[in-house]
Design a protein around this ligand. Structure first.
Ligand SMILES: [Zn+2]
Length: 393
């Protein structure tokens, strides 16, 4: 009986501590209103892009790890083989909370891991670092929890921080994206889940968040798990520095790759050899955007503030759009007949003299919350002490 009470006290204590740590000890942030993109200049991430140097990448793949405790099967070698056979230039393994060093000697090796183990899958893709952050908030996260985790991950040198699959379990909502700051990219495309409302919410509130498109693959032997989405990055070579620079500067775009049902892996290898439609160029002349693609799209859509479609051109490989005074950003989507789609990063207004306000830690509120947390733990400690003393008498 006595041992049961000890187990009960320790178990309850651990749960209570995790909750108090998450909801009361976590720094409490204030989120000043972020403003939509504004200014007379227009930033074009593709200004220096040409039609040739596009590198095909996947940054999210899981293999057997942690003794099989986490979701992922197959070896790192098998995963590398499959993506090499598909013709990818860069393919990261992103084990949970662990950097897989397979292929470390290769020029296209980029260390990466997936951060997060909470109930609502608030995961981050951390790309370009060997330093792993093991902290997380396991219960449904408040906005302050989410911002604090981003700030903790930011301490990691020059790595790219992506908010992974935000739509999954509504882990990061469109409303959250109005306020969160301190990440480089959003995994807008992942397996079958798409997060366009979340992306447009970030863009509509003036956050220069760039797209990442990933497989989030868990078994490289299954043709319906690999080669579903990819990120194309403009880079002279598929090396860590160039790829990370392309991701951080937005000189990249996402793609949904057509996936015929029932296709075998060998058929997929063959199909990928014939290549994909690509971005030839995106130029701004005056206030007019001109896009040129390598193949005819059945629709080229120009999407702006609030995710609203502004214009659509049909059955063409080139199109133009006049960037109107009221436009804050424009992102382009091109859909092809076989089911492949391209999603470009936004072109947006900016004014170098205007600084957007950033989230900051509200010291008073944080102190009050922490005092409340200490009181809760103290009450629990006194109650636990009395309970255990009673049983030992
Ligand atoms: Zn995940």
């Amino acid at each position: 009986m006595r041992i049961l009470r000890w187990i009960l006290v320790v178990f309850t204590g651990l749960i209570l501590y995790a909750a108090v740590n998450q909801y009361l000890f976590c720094p409490q942030y204030s989120f000043p209103r972020h403003h939509p993109f504004a200014g007379t200049s227009i930033f074009n991430p593709y200004e220096h892009a040409d039609s040739v140097n596009w590198k095909q990448c996947n940054f999210h793949a899981h293999v057997h790890a942690w003794g099989g405790l986490t979701h992922g099967s197959g070896t790192a070698a098998e995963c590398w083989n499959v993506y090499d056979s598909l013709g990818y230039d860069v393919h990261c393994i992103s084990d949970y909370e662990k950097v897989n060093r397979y292929g470390e000697g290769e020029p296209n090796f980029i260390p990466a891991y997936e951060h997060g183990y909470g109930m609502l899958k608030n995961h981050h893709g951390v790309i370009g670092t060997f330093r792993v952050n093991y902290g997380d908030y396991i219960f449904p996260q408040t906005l302050s929890n989410k911002q604090h985790m981003l700030d903790c991950l930011q301490e990691n040198d020059s790595a790219v921080i992506a908010i992974n699959h935000p739509v999954l379990r509504n882990g990061v909502s469109p409303d959250d994206f109005l306020r969160l700051h301190g990440y480089d990219a959003i995994e807008v495309l992942r397996s079958g889940t798409h997060s366009f409302p979340q992306w447009d919410s970030a863009l509509s509130s003036g956050h220069a968040a760039y797209i990442i498109a990933d497989d989030d693959m868990h078994d490289s032997s299954r043709p319906n798990e690999v080669g579903k989405n990819c990120t194309w990055i403009h880079a002279q070579s598929a090396t860590r520095n160039e790829i990370l620079t392309g991701l951080k500067s937005g000189n990249a775009y996402g793609m949904i790759i057509a996936s015929p049902k029932g296709e075998t892996m060998q058929q997929k290898f063959q199909r990928f050899k014939s290549g994909f439609p690509k971005l030839n160029s995106l130029r701004i002349t005056g206030d007019t955007l001109k896009i040129s693609l390598s193949a005819t799209a059945h629709a080229i859509r120009f999407i702006g503030q609030g995710g609203q479609e502004k214009f659509m051109a049909q059955q063409t490989a080139t199109s133009a759009y006049y960037f109107q005074p009221a436009d804050t950003y424009i992102r382009i989507q091109a859909d092809f007949d076989d089911g492949t789609s391209i999603f470009l990063n936004p072109v947006f207004r900016f004014d170098e003299s205007v600084q957007q306000p950033l989230p900051f830690i509200n010291q008073t509120r944080t102190a009050l919350f922490r005092i409340a947390g200490a009181v809760v733990l103290l009450i629990f400690a006194v109650a636990a002490f009395r309970l255990l003393r009673k049983t030992s008498l």
